[in-house]
Design a binder for this molecule. Structure first.
Ligand code: ADP
Ligand code: MG
Length: 565
């Protein structure tokens, strides 16, 4: 009886395999980083499951990763003694893509972007990157806790389908065996493997072992011995002192963590002591991930407790408006068996979240307030990508509202972008008491609004707000440095001291003179307008519509209507 079964890959997997082999080739050595990181994840999972099930360690408590080379067969094997996979898990995890959002992502990916390795990397092509250098991959695995007879062999050429059959496997864990493509023999060279591990996987906290080679004078060549040697530092990067980590190592760690192919915009690494003791290593990416606007997008911070991996994207560690931050938090206080429920209630977690939020804001302030133009440019780039998300913080994080307000940037009638409230206040006219703004669907619509005419004429700056979140944000931003914000499209805009006596007098006289006309207009528009009045805000246009102070702005009314409310 044949026990071999053939399965077809899920359609999305086929698409990804195609993308991987066609567009990641220029950076092919990343396959090793991906497979080593899977091996390391598998060991983390074992360690975690074994917390209350110690027998899962069987008789091999030392978790490790080995790289095995067979020059004759031309195979490179990545072996771990982590959690392993059952037959069902192998079919599910290596034949489908479970991650939510990936389907939509693929559907929306337009042709021009299909070669973008950065985008592809974001949703973790991980395992499939092996096909960049291999034309066949065999995976042999046995899940911890299952018997030796319950192993599984998975084989595929990375085209349409894969085969699965049961095998005996004495040692728990997984072997990923790459049958290298023609011309990829460099990945059989120990020096090459060392170099790649050194570059991408040095921070992996488990030992990565390779057989030792010695010089054989007789053969005048290196020969492989039976002895194993550790080829990485094998200590968690964030646990090392700052002075021992190079910028390049920080950046490579970020890339592994985030699947981003670009270096981060900024990072911060600190050991916090005091009421709560923890280490934080936090990164701000250059580019927004494709799913930043998914409402259920989780913050990208991993939680460790004393170097033991606990969970990915622990939402409790970072407020939602900082969901673009990536990194690691390693707590010395939390219990190892901490659950999501416990995280929500923990005072230690609250302290970590507050501390981490402050660090991220400091990182942003350092860029925004720097005298160095390069930093300022970085902040401008950050604002372009993430500004709209940061604005959410104005309504979510009252504790840091003042700091956040200083980080806001807008377009205005004076500058097309990057105007801070501090800049605005610094340019306020003599006698100006308010910060004026207008909201609209687009910059063009805002700029051509007749409501700006008087402000233009008098040279008073008006902030132009065109982000969807602006209306909502404004309901939480009433003043800045004692200066109230005032919409130019609401009420009878009181220019106060900005208006001279003659102008006031002229306005009063006009109001008097136009009384009969106003009465007629009011009567004619009585079902549609609450009031009709003479205004000083217009210079060229004959009339404009305004909403009453305290009422919903016309722009917000439009947004709500679009949203079907
Ligand atoms: P990701 O690592 O982002 O989940 P991958 O494509 O790298 O995506 O891996 C897919 C899944 O296959 C993993 O989530 C895991 O369940 C399983 N897997 C891959 N490699 C291993 C391994 N060495 N041991 C156990 N499971 C693995
Ligand atoms: Mg992976």
């Amino acid at each position: 009886m044949s026990t071999k079964h053939t399965h077809a890959f899920q359609a999305e997997v086929k698409q990804i395999l195609h993308l991987v082999t066609h567009s990641l080739y220029s950076n092919k050595e990343i396959f090793l980083r991906e497979l080593v990181s899977n091996a390391s994840d598998a060991c983390d999972k074992l360690r975690f499951e074994a917390l209350d099930k110690n027998e899962l360690f069987e008789d091999a408590p030392n978790l490790e990763i080995r790289l095995l080379v067979d020059k004759e067969k031309r195979t490179l094997t990545i072996r771990d003694n982590g959690i392993g996979m059952s037959a069902d898990e192998a079919v599910a995890h290596l034949g489908t893509i479970a991650k939510s959002g990936t389907r939509d992502f693929l559907a929306n990916l337009d042709e021009s972007k299909k070669g973008d390795a950065n985008l592809i990397g974001q949703f973790g092509v991980g395992f499939y990157s092996g096909y960049i250098v291999a034309d066949r991959i065999t995976v042999e695995s046995r899940r911890a806790g299952l018997s030796a007879g319950q192993g599984v062999r998975w084989i595929s050429e990375g085209t349409g389908e894969f085969e699965v059959e049961p095998i005996d496997k004495a040692e728990r864990g997984t072997d990923v065996i790459l049958h290298l493509r023609e011309g990829e023999d460099e990945f059989l060279q120990p020096w090459k493997l060392r170099a790649i591990v050194g570059k991408y996987s040095d921070h992996i906290s488990l030992p990565i072992l390779l057989r030792k080679e010695v010089w054989d004078a007789e053969k005048s060549a290196y020969v492989t011995t039976d002895e194993w040697e550790t080829i990485n530092k094998a200590s968690a990067l964030w646990a090392r002192p700052k002075s021992e980590v190079t910028q390049e190592q920080y950046e490579e760690f970020y890339k592994t963590l985030s699947h981003d192919s670009q270096a981060p915009l900024a990072y911060t690494h600190n050991r916090v002591e005091g009421r709560s003791e923890y280490t934080q290593l936090l990164y701000i990416p250059v580019k927004a991930p494709f799913d930043l606007w998914n409402r259920d997008k989780k913050p990208g911070v991993k939680l460790y407790v004393k170097r033991v991996f606990i969970m990915d994207d622990a939402q409790e560690l970072m407020p939602a408006y900082l969901r673009f931050v990536r990194g690691v938090i390693d707590s010395a206080d939390l219990p190892l068996n901490v659950s999501r429920e416990l995280l929500q209630e923990s005072r230690d977690v609250r302290a970590i979240r507050e501390g981490s939020t402050k660090k991220v804001l400091s990182m942003l302030e350092a860029l925004a307030d720097s005298d160095d133009q390069a930093d300022k440019d970085k902040y401008a780039a950050f604002w372009k990508e993430f500004g709209a998300v940061l604005k959410e913080g104005m309504g979510e994080d009252f504790q840091n509202q003042e700091r956040l307000a200083k980080l806001l940037r807008f377009a205005s009638t004076h500058a097309s972008e990057n105007v801070s409230l501090t800049d605005y206040v610094g340019r306020m006219k003599e006698g100006q008491e308010h910060i004026y703004y207008i909201t609209a669907d687009s910059l063009a619509a805002a700029q051509s609004s007749p409501q700006l005419e008087i402000f233009r004429k008098k040279g008073i700056e008006v902030l132009l707000m065109t982000d969807r979140v602006d209306e909502w944000m404004l309901s939480h931003l009433h003043e800045f440095e004692g200066k109230p914000l005032q919409s130019v499209a609401k009420g009878a805009v009181d220019l106060g001291k900005l208006q001279d006596e003659a102008e006031k007098k002229a306005a009063e006289e006009a109001a008097e003179a136009f009384k009969p006309v106003l009465e007629k207009l009011k009567d004619a528009l009585k079902d549609r307008a609450k009031d009709v009045r003479v205004t000083t805000r217009l210079v060229d246009s004959p009339a404009c519509i305004v909403v009453e102070e305290g009422d919903m702005s016309a722009h917000l009314a439009r947004l709500l209507k679009q949203a079907g409310q």
